[in-house]
Write a protein that binds this ligand. Sequence first.
Ligand code: GTP
Ligand code: MG
Length: 171
Amino acid sequence: PGKLYQFKLVLLGEAAVGKSSLVLRFVKDQFDDYRESTIGAAFLTQTIHLDDNTTVKFEIWDTAGQERYKSLAPMYYRNANCAVVVYDITQASSLEKAKSWVKELQRQADPNIVIALAGNKTDLSSRRAIEREDAQAYAHDAGLLFFETSAKTAANVNELFTSIARKMPLD
Ligand code: GTP
Ligand code: MG
């Protein structure tokens, strides 16, 4: 029959970087060009079959990036097992914001939390403002998983969530 593991996953990052779009791609394999900004947070689940014996179910909290919701974030990351911190490769400020979320998680969240950094919107590479190598070097130093993704084209979206699943303690 195999084993089912459940983990709480939180998404954090500046408004409009594509957190909800990444979740919509992962959970429903859909994309909207006109996605509404999240209010408060949204909850979704998705299951990954790692192999015949191992199923990972993610309980996903997709938080709102707008500044007015900032004080709600600890409610969602406090008991999270894993986090995806998202930035937009076309917005330099969004990587700075992502770094500040990583710092906050490393100080305030569970010490065993698995954190992935996702540089989203790689389909907009003509407007790229953050080099892959720079973000990857930062992620490596900070001990984070790292992927560049596109919720629009689906590039690397399943890879991102699968690599988190593989990093979780499965025993
Ligand atoms: P908040 O809920 O306000 O924190 O924003 P968010 O991070 O959830 O962003 P959201 O997913 O709502 O996406 C914001 C905008 O970026 C929307 O217009 C999306 O269609 C667009 N978007 C998201 N991901 C991508 C992507 O990979 N490529 C492109 N071109 N646009 C994207
Ligand atoms: Mg959102």
